[in-house]
Ligand binder design. Structure first.
Ligand code: ADP
Ligand code: ASP
Ligand code: MG
Length: 297
């Protein structure tokens, strides 16, 4: 008699800034992940809410010396501290981790401008993903989930084309393979990477989807799920007035055509990589976990 055993492989989940906005959404993320406790996952998170835009504002003030950089940075800091204060006790180790991350940018802002904008952009703006992932990982650990935080600057190795860095696929695949461990969920940041000489880089706005696709490919995972504030892919942007229809199943080319028509719902490079590697992509609503959303592939 032949016994068939279905071997379940890893899945990659990405959580974007559109759903990670406050302490409540991080608690909800914990509940969602508890229902996957028996599975093998890797997790990618973006910056919370509009943090990337806020950090771009800090950078612009720093470069133009308009005197507002410190005030704008204090708002970013306060936002994350408020979220953390809702989730952790006053003596939790997270506070040291957060201030270690914040101080890297504080040091830059205290100094005169010595470098070019693209380089400074990446050193400052990468903070959003680092802070959010640090908070999320610590919260999930406190909830007993097997998460291990990894700094994507040591996983996704890139060139030094700051703000639009290109990923070295071979070097990054090796780093990701080394980081993978049994019975532990790898959690890392989207959008950011690092050069071989330890400078932070970014992959272009909305690049977290691309990071998640790369990780899915490197980990040979079954599928990638982007958890979003929409319940799937529509024929047009559902936030705009025109009537649109949800597509429960579509091909990579159909999804690419929707993006070409202007829909900013998935990063183009992510879709190209998934198509090339024949990796299925799901877009599912964070608001309703029972809903399968849209399946591309
Ligand atoms: P994330 O935070 O995960 O990166 P995004 O904000 O980039 O999420 O993408 C989700 C948004 O994409 C939705 O809020 C929606 O308004 C918008 N969107 C634009 N076009 C479409 C489309 N064709 N189908 C679904 N959502 C779309
Ligand atoms: N946080 C980055 C951005 O807002 C990357 C991403 O969310 O995909 O562009
Ligand atoms: Mg996005």
């Amino acid at each position: 008699m032949q016994i068939e055993i279905a071997i379940k492989r890893m899945q990659v989940f990405k959580f974007g800034g559109s759903i990670l906005k406050d302490a409540g959404s991080i608690k909800k993320l914990g509940e969602l992940l508890k229902s996957y406790e028996q599975e093998d996952l890797a997790i990618v998170v973006s910056a919370m809410g509009k943090t990337t835009n806020a950090l771009e504002g800090v950078l612009d003030s720093y470069l133009s010396s308009d005197g507002l950089a410190t005030e704008k940075f204090a708002a970013v800091k306060a936002y994350h501290q408020t979220v953390a204060a809702d989730l952790f006790a006053e003596d939790d180790a997270i506070w040291v981790d957060l201030s270690d991350l914040l101080v890297e940018v504080e040091w830059i802002l205290e100094d005169d401008v010595h470098d070019e904008r693209p380089y400074l952009y990446d050193q400052i703006v990468c903070l959003g993903e680092l802070l959010s992932s640090c908070i999320v990982a610590a919260y999930l650990n406190a909830e007993g989930l097997p998460v291990k935080w990894h700094d994507a600057r040591g996983l996704l190795i890139t060139d030094d084309q700051f703000t639009q860095a290109a990923v070295d696929l071979a070097a990054s695949a090796r780093r990701v393979a080394d980081a993978r461990a049994e019975r532990e969920w790898l959690l890392t940041q989207g959008f950011i990477g690092g050069t071989i000489d330890n400078n932070s880089t970014t992959l272009g706005r909305e690049g977290s989807d691309y990071s998640a696709a790369l990780l899915t490919y490197f980990l040979d995972a079954d599928a990638l799920t982007l958890w979003k504030d929409v319940d799937g892919i529509y024929t047009g942007d559902p936030k705009l007035a025109d009537p649109v229809e949800r597509l429960e199943q579509l091909s990579y080319d159909e999804a690419l055509a929707i993006i070409d028509a202007g829909a900013k719902v998935i990063h183009r490079k992510a879709l190209h990589l998934l198509k090339e590697q024949k990796i299925p992509l799901r877009v599912r609503p964070f608001a309703d976990w029972g809903d399968e959303g849209s399946l591309i592939g």
